[in-house]
Design a protein around this ligand. Sequence first.
Ligand SMILES: NC(=O)c1ccc[n+]([C@@H]2O[C@H](COP(=O)([O-])OP(=O)(O)OC[C@H]3O[C@@H](n4cnc5c(N)ncnc54)[C@H](OP(=O)(O)O)[C@@H]3O)[C@@H](O)[C@H]2O)c1
Length: 469
Amino acid sequence: MNGGLRMSRKQTFTIFGGTGDLTFRKLIPALYNMYAAEKDELCAQVVIIGRRDYTSEAYRELARGWVEKFARLHYKAEVYDELAKRITYYRMDFTDENAYGGLDELYRERGVEEHIFYFAVAPRFFSTIVRGLKRVSGAEGGKVVLEKPFGENLAAAASLNQEMEAFFKAENIYRIDHYLGKEMVRNIQTIRFANPIFSNVWDAEHIACVQISALEEVGVETRGGYYDHSGALKDMMQNHLFQILTIVAMEQPGSPGVEDMHQEQMKVLASLRIMDDTASSMVLGQYEGYRGEASVNPDSGTETYAALRLFVDNERWRGMPFYIRTGKKLGKREMQVAVVFKSPAPGLEQNILNIKIQPTEGVYLQFNIKKPGESDDIIQAKMDFCQSCSFINQMNTPEAYERLIGACFRGERSWFSQWDQIETSWKYVDQIREKYHAEGCALHSYEPGTDGPAAAADLLARYEHEWFD
Ligand SMILES: NC(=O)c1ccc[n+]([C@@H]2O[C@H](COP(=O)([O-])OP(=O)(O)OC[C@H]3O[C@@H](n4cnc5c(N)ncnc54)[C@H](OP(=O)(O)O)[C@@H]3O)[C@@H](O)[C@H]2O)c1
């Protein structure tokens, strides 16, 4: 079993924030899946850093429960036991620079030569940890994975980036955007470029609008303190949804390598037009009851919903709107990209291609067909391919974190956000946000469990479009 695993004791995966929610639900289960699938890139040692008072044994037993609950692959005690042997819990306060001497000692004892650090902590701690890591020999030559959000605005992100790049090599910084690890986001390029039925009509001449939606049923839950300083534009739009937009809108990269793909994504971001008329291009909303959530300012003006009407000013897309929406406490949890084609003749329904990203993964295609029988009436055929409905597919599809951690171990950078992308999208989001507030546009209230503010439906209705649900 696991004969293919690289057993070198020299490579170590260290998780700062190893007792947090992300580590429980995603990172440890991802390591288990990688181990159970016999991926040969798994690090030989895993060092978990947190403040809580655990021994390594106690932590391993706690983590066993998370694996049983959250891992994609079946829990097998003998597989977990092998993984657990590699896990060491190291208790420290990472804001205490002196504590890093002890960590350095631990690495020396273990003969660690190659580091991968995962910062599963709030971004305000990134610089603090980097300062501490200056006391760990060889840390600067390691890789680092940074969780979102990367900064709180353009200025903060730029200064954070400068600090990161002053310590780690630029090519060793992996800014994670876990949406880029999702199966159907990875599939967008194949659907677009490997099918002439789509690639030949993928432009403003044939498409009426593209709609990208990321809807959540839950509210802020226990993360009110974080979310209230962030909001829908910063938490979802600036990173995840803009990344998906670039993949939907970019030209086909010259090669599968990181450089070509980023170049094409960057061209899309650089072509985003700042809207002239903010009030008819953007809707921000807040769900009723948000201000009463734990750790939220009772007078909060933070948006829990955002919808945008955007234009990519280039030859392919000129004049065609991209509608993007995201929000919390909506009637359903759903993420999808709907491509609404132009109707070929008055009175004919539009063809719709819907790429379903989560929770169901699949592709839905709606097209016109003659009604069976003698009638010449035209009706809608609705083909619904569900990729994730197959148990085998579920078992064989790595989860986003599993895929991205593996890519980082292997040094594959295509599916991580690059600094220039983050910089450009922050610039855009900062600008439209400021414009929205400077022009006194409303923060629309909406009832939990609905589709969001009525103004978001009006945003499309004004142009004779409607959200595809
Ligand atoms: N949770 C998610 O699903 C999710 C999804 C996407 C992105 N993220 C991002 O991932 C990051 C972590 O999120 P999270 O939900 O895991 O946060 P969390 O549950 O609040 O966990 C925070 C972690 O940081 C540790 N920590 C805080 N201060 C510390 C200190 N001074 N010294 C040592 N450890 C310290 C905590 O350790 P102790 O508990 O031992 O004190 C805990 O392990 C955030 O940037 C978040 O935006 C999270």
